[in-house]
Design a protein around this ligand. Structure first.
Ligand SMILES: NC(=O)c1ccc[n+]([C@@H]2O[C@H](COP(=O)([O-])OP(=O)(O)OC[C@H]3O[C@@H](n4cnc5c(N)ncnc54)[C@H](O)[C@@H]3O)[C@@H](O)[C@H]2O)c1
Length: 120
């Protein structure tokens, strides 16, 4: 299965990528590196530098890599940020993730985790 891991250069995403590779899955990492680190992506794993709000870039990644499933970790996970700017953090996270999942789920399996995001 070809799996797109958004936020795959971050903490949880990079561990997930490592586990998926052990399961023989084909993995592609999609990350804007706002918080993640390029070296956290193992050598040989395709890396797409892009934002989940960038529809064109996402569509290209889905097409280029024949994606079957998405595991979505691309989000701001810092509690401090969401405490300082609660409405902004909520709006940015919710709209980005909700818009992204809506576009993805029609054709792809989709998994989302969040410690601070609620989508009504
Ligand atoms: N850290 C935990 O213990 C934990 C536990 C359960 C769930 N989660 C959830 O997992 C997700 C990731 O958490 P984390 O701790 O790995 O955070 P992290 O900051 O380490 O990783 C997030 C990654 O997403 C990328 N990113 C952020 N916004 C993006 C955007 N708009 N487009 C593309 N890439 C973007 C960042 O560059 C980063 O690599 C969050 O939703 C968090 O709530 C975290």
């Amino acid at each position: 299965m070809n799996i797109l891991v958004t936020g795959g250069a971050g903490y949880i995403g990079s561990h997930t990528v490592a586990q998926l590779l052990r399961s023989q899955d084909q993995v592609v990492v999609y990350d804007n590196l706002s918080k993640g680190h390029r070296p956290a992506v193992p050598e040989g794993v395709p890396f797409v530098s892009g934002d989940i709000r960038d529809r064109k870039s996402l569509a290209k990644a889905f097409g280029d890599y024949h994606i079957d499933a998405v595991i979505h970790f691309a989000a701001s996970s810092l509690v401090g940020e969401s405490m300082e700017r609660p409405s902004t953090a909520k709006r940015e996270g919710a709209s980005a993730s909700a818009g992204f999942s809506t576009r993805s789920t029609a054709r792809h399996k989709f998994s989302l985790t969040s410690t601070g995001l609620t989508i009504p």
